[in-house]
Ligand binder design. Structure first.
Ligand SMILES: [Zn+2]
Length: 217
């Protein structure tokens, strides 16, 4: 049974999942969305068309992973739960196999400070976590390590994950990471970019913090 607060949050989780597809971050049913609701986590089910989702199709998980609901939770539920347990400030998570981010991840490459907007993920680079089988505890551990001090990372031979204080912020960051990955790939197709140094990235991070938002001009 879904609790009242979970039912209210379910609509927003479904809207975010559909937005992922309409903005090109997701093809088919690859990817998933979750939100923290009290002491539970609401997550999209495994392998269902986002357009067909209703609130009753979402799964509610407790911290140990026990599920309530009629559907099987996303196979990446262990990764989502590990992040919520370790990062108290995180309220929402978006995971996708978006094309450009996944292409870089298949090369085992993160995104260095080739553009100042890399700081939108919280640091001077966006790391790529080592490969581990989807849904495994090893993948959850690799993702957590790559997310240290960051709100997003790539996952080798898999995709990317973005965290936020709200579903809207997590989705916006996932779109920004995909955009940066596309720009970085295009740059690499011509040559090696000039990287910004740590002092400049520290200035950008401080500026983003003082603006109270992650978008530069
Ligand atoms: Zn995945």
């Amino acid at each position: 049974m879904m609790r009242w607060a979970e039912r209210q949050a379910a609509g927003e989780v479904i809207a975010t999942a559909r937005a992922m597809r309409s903005c090109g971050l997701v093809v088919g049913t690859s990817g998933n969305v979750s939100a923290r609701v009290g002491d539970a986590v609401l997550i999209t089910p495994s392998g269902m068309d986002y357009e067909a989702l209703t609130p009753d199709d979402l799964c509610a998980l407790d911290g140990g992973g026990a599920a309530r609901g009629r559907r099987k939770p996303s196979s990446e539920a262990p990764m989502h739960l590990a992040i919520y347990a370790a990062r108290r400030e995180v309220e929402a998570i978006v995971h996708t196999h978006s094309t450009a981010a996944t292409a870089l991840a298949c090369l085992g490459r993160g995104i260095p400070a080739f553009h100042y907007m890399v700081a939108a993920a919280g640091g001077a680079d966006i790391r790529c976590a080592p490969y581990a089988t989807f849904g495994s505890a090893a993948l959850a551990a690799h993702a957590l390590a790559a997310l240290d001090g960051r709100r997003a990372c790539l996952l080798a031979n898999h995709g990317m994950i973005a965290l936020g204080a709200t579903l809207g912020k997590a989705l916006a960051l996932a779109r920004e990471v995909e955009n940066l990955a596309e720009q970085y790939l295009r740059t690499l197709a011509v040559g090696q970019p000039n990287l910004l140094d740590d002092a400049e990235m520290a200035r950008v991070i401080a500026k983003f913090a003082s603006y109270g938002q992650h978008k530069g001009g």
